[in-house]
Design a protein around this ligand. Structure first.
Ligand SMILES: Cc1cc2nc3c(=O)[nH]c(=O)nc-3n(C[C@H](O)[C@H](O)[C@H](O)COP(=O)(O)OP(=O)(O)OC[C@H]3O[C@@H](n4cnc5c(N)ncnc54)[C@H](O)[C@@H]3O)c2cc1C
Length: 439
């Protein structure tokens, strides 16, 4: 009793108690969550749920049967691509005025997650197209560009987002590709590396420096069509994972584009890439979340069937501890991912949340797929089962768009600055730019 009195007399505790009372008074504990408008993070609207279920069914029926074939081919099959376009999965957020499905960002995240549960390679294609390419044109394109490209991107043409170069990866704004003004045109010279979807893409968003003397403030985004003279797409890289997602090097040898191909303002390329890569990180988180969940779901039935010492291996407590831990970690990744998506939708700052979701989902995907292989025993080590593919596919999560070590540097700083209220979003944006953190 005395101990409790001591605790309540403590000044910090009193402050906490006051704060708690205030919170309770503003949030009537007798009100249901729907009355307060505070629903669980995993709650989806009817439309979002319907889309999730439809995509889950399409992925199981039309992607799953050809996953291994696409891995051997090294590209996404035309039938699968057609299915994605026909079902609105390549223009999820694009307004119906421009031929898209007109859904919200959360729906986009659900689409990427559901497809990645079956094939993270196809998930990567859908993610990059929907969370990088379409938003750049939708947010920064002029009316003419939107009318020309958004209907194509939503219905028939794949897009690529091209910033990385052989000598500029994490330090993306050190890019060397230049765009020189020549009359009313721009002439692009240089190369890009690791460009996803480029095996199939019809349109490429290319970041080039149009005023190198201004440093990163010269970086400008241009729309380059696949058949532009001087533009070469090299053969796809021979990768560890997401093999069906084509990743190629691109060369620009005096590639001439009209001034009307400039996307957004002159010198605003760095702003465009920073803003879109932030939301792109939530897309990668969804991809990794799907990868982890897909592998987990494919593995648990095996542990229920496989008998050792006279019982299914699932029934051993040592197994259940591990399974519960991974299930919890996957759920944590889901909560971080959905929270970041809802923050973005609500128009709130979400840089920190997106980076955390991407980091955690990528880590969990690695842990989950390793564990799933362990739980399968010897057969998990063979190509007869899908677990080894998920294991390879998840590795990309910690490499693309803010890798783990740089991610921690950003998060560490953000934590200090945000918590102490030292910076607002504008300063944070400047911090990211100064450190050239975009990729
Ligand atoms: C399959 C695949 C698809 C991709 N798709 C695209 C795409 O569509 N478009 C596109 O533009 N790019 C794409 N990329 C490129 C990707 O974004 C880069 O690979 C990524 O940014 C890392 O750059 P890098 O490979 O040059 O590694 P580097 O930058 O050379 O990094 C190597 C290592 O150094 C560490 N490091 C670097 N700087 C720091 C630092 N300041 N502090 C601590 N550690 C540091 C990194 O963490 C990493 O571990 C893709 C890459 C792959 C593999």
């Amino acid at each position: 009793m005395n101990g409790l009195k001591r605790i309540f007399n403590n000044k910090a505790t009193t402050n906490f108690a006051k704060k708690w009372t205030r919170t309770m008074m503003t949030t009537n504990p007798n009100m249901s969550s729907s009355e307060t408008g505070r629903l669980p993070l995993t709650t989806l609207t009817e439309d979002e749920q319907m889309m999730k279920e439809t995509v889950s069914r399409l992925a199981k029926e039309q992607i799953a049967p050809v996953v291994r074939e696409m891995e051997q081919l090294g590209h996404v099959k035309p039938d699968v691509l057609k299915m994605l376009f026909e079902n609105g999965l390549m223009g999820v957020e694009v307004s119906s005025d421009y031929g898209g499905a007109g859904c919200n960002f959360m729906t986009c995240i659900q689409v990427v997650e559901e497809i990645s549960k079956v094939c993270p390679g196809v998930g990567a294609l859908v993610d990059i197209h929907n969370t990088l390419v379409n938003p750049v044109i939708a947010h920064y394109g002029n009316e003419e560009q939107k009318k020309k490209y958004l209907p194509l991107l939503s219905n028939s043409m794949v897009g690529s987002f091209c910033i990385t170069e052989p000598s500029s990866g994490s330090d993306a704004f050190a890019l060397k590709t230049v765009a020189k003004k020549d009359g009313s045109d721009y002439v692009i010279n240089g190369s890009k590396m690791w460009i996803s979807n480029s095996d199939l893409a019809g349109v490429f968003l290319v970041f080039a420096n149009a005023n190198p003397s201004a440093g990163y403030k010269g970086i400008t985004c241009f729309i380059v069509d696949r058949d532009t003279p001087g533009f070469t797409i090299h053969k796809p890289e021979n990768k560890l994972g997401i093999v069906c997602s084509g990743t190629c090097m691109l060369s620009f040898d005096n590639v001439r584009v009209p001034a009307s191909a400039m996307l957004g303002e002159f010198g605003q390329g760095y702003k465009i890439s920073i803003s879109v890569l932030n939301e792109g990180r939530i897309g990668i988180a969804a991809q990794m979340l799907g990868c982890a969940q897909g592998c987990f779901d494919a593995t648990i039935p095996y542990t229920l069937e496989r008998q050792q010492f006279g019982q299914p291996i699932y029934h051993f407590q040592g197994m259940q501890h591990q399974i519960a831990l991974i299930a919890t970690q996957i759920e944590m990744a889901r909560l971080l991912t959905y929270n970041a998506a809802r923050m973005k939708e609500a128009g709130k700052p979400f840089i920190k949340e997106a980076a955390m979701a991407k980091y955690w989902a990528s880590e969990v995907a690695q842990q989950a797929t390793i564990k799933c292989i362990d739980w399968m025993g010897g057969v998990g080590f063979t190509k007869d089962f899908i677990q080894e593919k998920f294991y390879r596919d998840c590795k990309i999560g910690s490499i693309r768009r803010l890798n783990a070590s740089i991610g921690w540097a950003v998060l560490g700083l953000l934590k200090i600055l945000y918590r102490r209220n030292f910076i607002g979003i504008a300063k944070l944006d400047r911090f990211m730019k100064e450190r050239r953190i975009s990729n």
